[in-house]
Design a protein around this ligand. Structure first.
Ligand code: ADP
Ligand code: ADP
Length: 229
């Protein structure tokens, strides 16, 4: 991921908000990056753009080598499929679907066959230690279990990139630690992770922290090996 002078301007009636102001980022495949900063500094806006949910107003956004800054909704949707998994603070599971069906959802959208879907969902539920809960509904699970299901859904199609918005924000510390360890494990297997967090404990799992303030990158701690020269 590479951004050049990325800007996002929200216009509502008379009010204009510069939510992102010349953001330049370079995130390599396999990195684990934390984005931090006070409420309203632009974290969600940035994550939405990096996740191809929204377009920047100005600037370039290179995703896997292509400038996608002006991609229309349908092209962004196509590019998201199988490439990006999302994990949210509030889990965002569908209450009317059981665990198996929630995790299966992205595969249905990708047009993957019934048989193959079953195989992929069972494999990921097993990995997240949630197989015994496949028939349960989200409300019957603890917060930690719901987040494990949400992570299962995010990774079921083996995306190269996971975007996590406050993934431990609604969890107690032991469930939070478990989620961070799962993300770390996925990162070790090569998945790029970009995570918004308020927690310094969580950001400790990342290779580096990008601090945003008023829509700008204010500090970026660089990995030790890159500082050497
Ligand atoms: P944002 O608008 O930045 O997404 P939230 O709505 O998630 O913020 O959080 C509301 C308030 O709660 C903010 O002031 C934020 O600093 C605080 N907060 C949220 N999550 C955490 C957390 N995990 N640890 C500490 N403070 C948090
Ligand atoms: P954070 O996630 O760091 O709390 P946001 O990215 O949600 O910050 O918001 C950055 C700024 O952009 C804030 O001033 C917010 O009010 C504004 N903003 C975000 N989304 C919209 C929108 N859809 N319309 C208008 N203003 C928005």
């Amino acid at each position: 991921i590479n951004t050049v002078n990325l800007k996002k301007i929200f216009r509502t009636d008379e009010i204009e908000t510069l939510a992102l102001n010349n953001v330049n980022l370079n995130i390599k495949k396999g990195e684990f990056v934390a984005i931090m900063g006070p409420s309203g500094c632009g974290k969600s806006t940035l994550l939405n753009i990096l996740g191809l949910l929204d377009n920047p107003s100005e600037g370039e956004f290179h995703f896997k080598g292509t400038n996608v800054a002006e991609y229309k909704e349908n092209k962004r949707t196509d590019l998201r499929k199988g490439n990006i998994g999302f994990v949210f603070q509030s889990f965002n599971l569908i209450d009317e679907l059981n665990v198996f069906e929630n995790v299966e959802m992205p595969l249905v959208y990708q047009g993957i066959s019934n048989k193959k879907r079953k195989e992929m969902v069972n494999k990921v539920l097993d990995r997240m230690s949630m197989s015994h809960r496949a028939k349960h509904y989200p409300q019957q699970l603890s917060g930690g279990q719901q987040q494990r299901v949400a992570i299962a859904r995010a990774v079921v199609s083996n995306p190269g990139l996971i975007l996590a918005d406050e993934p431990t924000g609604n969890l107690d510390s032991s469930n939070g630690q478990e989620v961070m360890e799962l993300l770390t494990e996925l990162n070790r297997e090569g998945t790029t992770i970009i995570m918004v967090t308020h927690s310094h404990k969580d950001s400790g799992y990342a290779h580096r922290v990008i601090n945003l303030f008023d829509g700008k990158v204010v500090t970026e701690n660089v990995p030790v090996e890159e500082m050497a020269d």
